[in-house]
Ligand binder design. Structure first.
Ligand code: SF4
Ligand code: SF4
Length: 371
């Protein structure tokens, strides 16, 4: 998608070929590729090539999309994870699952949350009651009174160490895209925007706005999903994606429910349906968690499921468990259910990866550790 040119240039290009028709279909030459018109947006057009759609937005539409709001808790620039090449990873809040090992517990609630990083608090003495003493009461309620909210904001404002903060903020898609655009010179051919979280599809309008704006600017797109989302929501986002990073955690519904809070029926059904479509490229991601699925039988069952999909996955990425999220549980005042689990030895990760490779390599599916 890179090298597609500026919006104005593309619009001119599009106009130049607007009257070109083949078999009654209007064709648009954007960059080096010819796209076919599949519909009109309010004041632009909607074109498609190989199952991937691109919006040539009208200015009014663009402004409207830029005003769409969502809750974001991080924008990670220049990342080499979560998609091909250099990525700008936008982390959206909200997740329907509550995995015991979750490395981003601050992603699970849809609303902004209060965090107190105890290690950074110097008990500055500015307040009669230190923040740590007030914290349980602040975190116990989601409906804070105006005065409580004011008190918290005032403390965040004067906290000398940044120990007290909100995680997650309402932002517009235009504001996020301005940040994303700064990485654009580094994307090369493969890099681009990745929506992750949390579960991005919990904020479908915001996802669609970000992806359409990225597509309009010729920025390649990826999205990570836990798969537990209404098919209709996922289906409307798929044509806006170059890559879908689809997490599969366990094939046994009871084990899945026990450790994530929900069974996997919707997740597996959604992945089957995605694979029946021509695009986008699907990468299956498996967090490899000791005490949950880091064993030969669990991974063999996942590999067998992937092999049965109508369209082969581009790869299976094994993501070994780590404990980097532990401090965040403390900061949120929550227990970390997986705190006592040791990390997997590297040799065990290699052994499991070799086993999955043996199973799926004949079908041309690569296995990677990390991703
Ligand atoms: S699906 Fe991902 S973000 Fe959601 S709870 Fe599980 S690990 Fe955390
Ligand atoms: S304002 Fe900051 S440093 Fe002072 S008590 Fe609160 S969290 Fe600690």
């Amino acid at each position: 998608m890179s090298g597609v040119g500026s919006f104005t240039q593309r619009r001119q290009d599009a106009k130049m070929v607007r009257d070109v028709e083949r078999d009654g279909i209007s064709l648009y030459k954007l960059g080096d590729a010819t796209h076919r018109e599949v519909g009109e947006t309010r004041d632009g057009v909607f074109v498609e090539r190989d199952g991937i759609s691109l919006y040539i937005l009208g200015e009014g539409e663009r402004q409207e999309l830029e005003q769409t709001r969502g809750v974001v808790f991080n924008v990670q620039r220049m990342s080499m994870h979560d998609g091909p090449g250099v990525r700008t990873n936008v982390f959206l809040k909200g997740c329907p699952l509550h995995c015991g090992w979750c490395a981003n517990p601050e992603s699970q609630e849809l609303q902004p949350e209060l965090m107190l990083r105890g290690g950074q608090c110097i008990d500055c003495g500015q307040f009669a009651e230190p923040c740590a003493a007030c914290m349980p009461a602040w975190q116990a309620t989601r409906r804070r009174s105006a005065s409580q909210q004011e008190e918290i904001d005032a403390r965040i404002h004067v906290c000398p160490t940044g120990a007290l903060s909100w995680v997650g903020a309402w932002r517009t898609a235009g504001d996020v895209m301005a940040q994303v655009r700064r990485d654009r010179p580094f994307y090369g051919d493969g890099g681009g925007l990745t929506l992750t979280g949390g579960e991005p599809t919990m904020q479908p309008a915001f996802c669609a706005a970000l992806l359409r704006l990225a597509r309009d600017e010729g920025i390649a797109t990826a999205m990570e999903t836990c798969g537990h989302t209404q098919w209709e929501v996922l289906a409307q986002l798929l044509p806006l994606l170059d890559v879908l990073l689809f997490d599969v955690k366990h094939i046994d519904p009871a084990v899945h429910r026990e450790h994530t809070g929900l069974d996997n029926a919707l997740i597996l059904a959604n992945l089957r349906r995605v694979a029946q479509l021509p695009g986008p490229k699907v990468v299956v991601r498996v967090p490899v968690i000791p005490g949950f699925n880091a064993d030969a039988a669990s991974l063999a069952a996942i590999a067998a499921f992937v092999l049965e999909l109508a369209r082969p996955a581009a790869s299976i990425d094994l993501l070994p468990y780590h404990t980097f999220g532990k401090a965040k549980y403390d900061a949120l005042g929550r227990d970390y259910p997986w705190a006592e689990q040791p990390r997997l030895p590297a040799a065990e990760v290699r052994r499991l990866a070799a086993q999955v490779t043996e199973q799926v390599a004949p079908a041309g599916i690569a296995v990677r550790v990390g991703g």
